[in-house]
Design a protein around this ligand. Structure first.
Ligand code: SF4
Length: 160
């Protein structure tokens, strides 16, 4: 059984209320081989919601280690609290809840949406970074799952 990002399975869970359907992931879910989860919804964030990015030091590892790396929404967006600590708490809550689900279902591998502050497996978006906006790293949920021994990968790890 895989755990998969719900947006990859076609659920409209993304920050802008859309999905990023991948037919391979949808087939896994339809075959009963994958469990779709959205960590940010599990963390209590609304949909739609403003996009979030990391501040340096960027990445889920920094957030889990309490070294800063907090999230922030673009200024001027309405509809979500702008307190970076509250956003970070929501992402941590979603990561822990996703881990709880993964452990309950004996998940060994998660197929997650790259680039997301929660689900990113190879890169994340980072504001005010000298190295550019796209930085290598994992999102908060992906990092926590990985630390607990669950394989995390993007959709490109699926064949066909
Ligand atoms: S948190 Fe993950 S599952 Fe939810 S919309 Fe973002 S990338 Fe998709």
């Amino acid at each position: 059984m895989y755990l998969v990002s719900a947006c990859l399975a076609g659920f409209n869970t993304r920050y802008d209320g859309t999905n990023c359907l991948d037919e391979r992931v949808r087939k896994l879910v339809l075959s009963g081989l994958a469990l779709p989860v959205c960590p940010e919804q599990l963390g209590g964030l609304p949909t739609p919601r403003p996009p979030m990015e990391f501040f340096p030091p960027c990445g889920g590892a920094s957030v889990l280690d309490g070294m800063g790396g907090v999230f922030c929404m673009p200024p001027g967006k309405a509809g979500l609290q702008q307190d970076p600590e509250a956003l970070k708490d929501a992402l941590l809550r979603g990561a822990r809840e996703t881990l709880r689900v993964a452990l309950a279902y004996g998940i060994k591998k998660a197929i997650l949406k790259d680039g997301s502050p929660s689900c990113g497996t190879g890169y994340v978006h980072c504001r005010e970074s000298a190295g550019g906006r796209k930085q290598p790293g994992r999102g908060v949920t992906a990092e926590l799952l990985w630390r607990k021994g669950i394989e995390v990968a993007g959709v490109d790890s699926l064949q066909g």
